[in-house]
Design a protein around this ligand. Structure first.
Ligand SMILES: C[S@@+](CC[C@H](N)C(=O)[O-])C[C@H]1O[C@@H](n2cnc3c(N)ncnc32)[C@H](O)[C@@H]1O
Length: 216
C-alpha cells in the first residue's frame, strides 16, 4: 500500500478522536506558533490531517492558514468540522516530499509527520522545501517522537529525535531557539514522549563566521 492509500485508509476506518495522535487541545503547538509569530503571520500546518490546530489558529486571529496533508480524507474531516469557516483556510492535498512550491510562510508547523520519513532522501526533500518556504527570520516547528518515544505509529516505523539529531537533519540554516519535551496521552491513555523544536531560519551569509550557535 502506498503512503496516500495508507493514510486515507486510516482516516476512513477510524474516528478522528480515536487515533493515537488525537489531542482535543493542541496546546504546545499553539503556544510555539504564537511565540514564533506574535503578529499572526502566514502559517502552514504540514501533515495537519484532521487536527483541531487549524480551528485554534483561526480563533487566535491567524488569517492566512494553510493545511497540507497527503490524505484528502483527513482534510475533508477537518473541513466538515469547521463548516463555513473552512473557506478561510487554504487546503492542499499532497505529499510533502513531492511538492515543488508552497510559496512563503512565517511559520512551518509539523506535528508527527517528519518522524515518518525514514528514507534520508525524503528527509532531504522535506528540508529543501522547508528552506525554500520559510522566509528568512521565519520559524519552523517540528514535533516528533522523542528518543524514548514509540518506535512505530499507525503501523509505520518512525525515526526518533532530540535537539541534536533534529538540528543535524535540518542543517546549519535552522537554529534551534526553543525546545519542549512532553508526554502526549493517547485516547487509550498511553503516554508517548514527544520532542518539539522551534527553529529560526537564517540567511546563509550570517552563518559564515559563526562557529558557536547559542540555543536560547
Ligand atoms: C500522526 S498524524 C498527525 C496529524 C496532525 N499533525 C496531528 O497532530 O493531529 C500524521 C499525518 O501526516 C500525514 N502525512 C503522512 N505522510 C505525509 C507526507 N509524506 N506528506 C504529507 N502528509 C503526510 C498523514 O496523513 C497524517 O494526517
Amino acid at each position: 500500500m502506498d503512503r496516500r492509500e495508507h493514510w486515507n485508509s486510516v482516516y476512513r476506518t477510524k474516528s478522528v478522536t480515536d487515533v493515537s495522535w488525537f489531542e482535543s487541545e493542541p496546546q504546545i503547538s499553539l503556544e510555539l506558533i504564537t511565540a514564533a509569530s506574535p503578529t499572526r503571520g502566514r502559517v502552514i500546518d504540514v501533515g495537519g490531517g484532521a487536527s483541531r490546530l487549524v480551528d485554534r489558529l483561526l480563533a487566535a486571529g491567524f488569517d492566512s492558514v494553510t493545511v497540507l496533508d497527503i490524505s484528502g480524507v483527513a482534510l475533508e474531516c477537518a473541513k466538515a468540522r469547521l463548516g463555513p469557516q473552512a473557506d478561510q483556510v487554504h487546503w492542499i492535498v499532497g505529499d510533502v516530499t513531492q511538492i515543488a512550491d508552497l510559496g512563503q510562510c512565517d511559520v512551518w508547523h509539523d506535528r508527527a509527520v517528519f518522524h515518518f520519513l525514514t528514507d534520508p532522501n525524503d528527509r532531504r526533500k522535506y528540508v529543501e522545501l522547508a528552506t525554500r518556504t520559510v522566509r528568512v527570520g521565519g520559524h519552523l516547528i517540528i514535533g516528533a517522537f522523542a528518543v524514548d518515544g514509540p518506535e512505530k505509529c499507525s503501523g509505520l516505523a518512525v525515526c526518533r529525535y532530540d535537539a541534536e539529531i533534529l538540528s543535524r537533519e535540518l542543517g546549519p540554516r535552522f537554529r534551534l531557539v526553543k525546545q519542549v519535551s512532553y508526554a502526549h496521552m493517547t485516547p487509550a491513555n498511553k503516554p508517548q514522549q514527544f520532542f518539539f523544536g522551534l527553529f529560526e531560519l537564517f540567511l546563509q551569509s550570517t552563518l559564515e563566521n559563526d562557529t558557536d550557535i547559542p540555543v536560547k
